[in-house]
Design a protein around this ligand. Structure first.
Ligand SMILES: [Zn+2]
Length: 179
């Protein structure tokens, strides 16, 4: 019995095909293949079904790649947005605005004003002159921090929402994949 050796058109694995056999299934990738015999050579081609499956697989990998890119871009944008939510710390260092920080600043500012007022009523007028501007700055800073911290929380929630949407799509694609 004559046996021809050729390569699978889909995965390149060697195939041994018996004489006159027209269709064969690859032992390695399980593709249905059509055997063509010409004067000079015998070769295999993937059947329409296999070709369609390959195109579908390719489309899926393209989609997967696009989703990966979108995720990366989202993360990059989020990293850059962090700048918006920074406030200056005591020594000019940058830190993220927090609700606690804002509340502490307001409490300090209000108590400072209170102390100044008591001092004024007690007849030590100079104390108020010094503490009042500081109190106003502390209160204003606290309000700004609260507002920034609130915007940060909203932006974070939005970012997390978009991210989990993309991840859900990735999961759907990965599950739909045959391998
Ligand atoms: Zn194969």
């Amino acid at each position: 019995m004559r046996v021809v050796t050729l390569r699978c058109a889909n995965c390149g694995a060697p195939l041994s095909v018996r004489h006159k056999v027209r269709f064969v299934r690859c032992n390695f990738c399980d593709s249905q293949l059509e055997i063509h015999r010409e004067d000079s050579a015998t070769y295999s081609t993937a059947t329409q079904e296999v070709r369609e499956a390959r195109v579908a697989k390719l489309q899926k990998s393209v989609e997967r790649l696009q989703l990966g890119n979108q995720l990366e871009q989202l993360d990059r944008e989020w990293l850059m947005r962090q700048e918006e939510f920074l406030t200056s710390g005591k020594r000019g260092e940058k830190c993220r605005a927090s609700m606690t920080g804002g509340v502490i600043s307001i409490v300090l500012g209000v108590s400072g004003a209170g102390v100044g007022l008591i001092a004024l009523l007690g007849g030590v007028g100079m104390c108020l002159c010094i503490s009042l501007p500081v109190s106003i700055v502390l209160i204003a800073n606290g309000i700004h921090m609260l507002a920034t911290a609130d915007r940060y929380q909203q932006a974070l929630a939005e970012y997390k929402g978009r991210r989990s949407d993309l991840l859900a799509l990735v999961r759907v694609l990965d599950q739909a994949r045959p391998e």
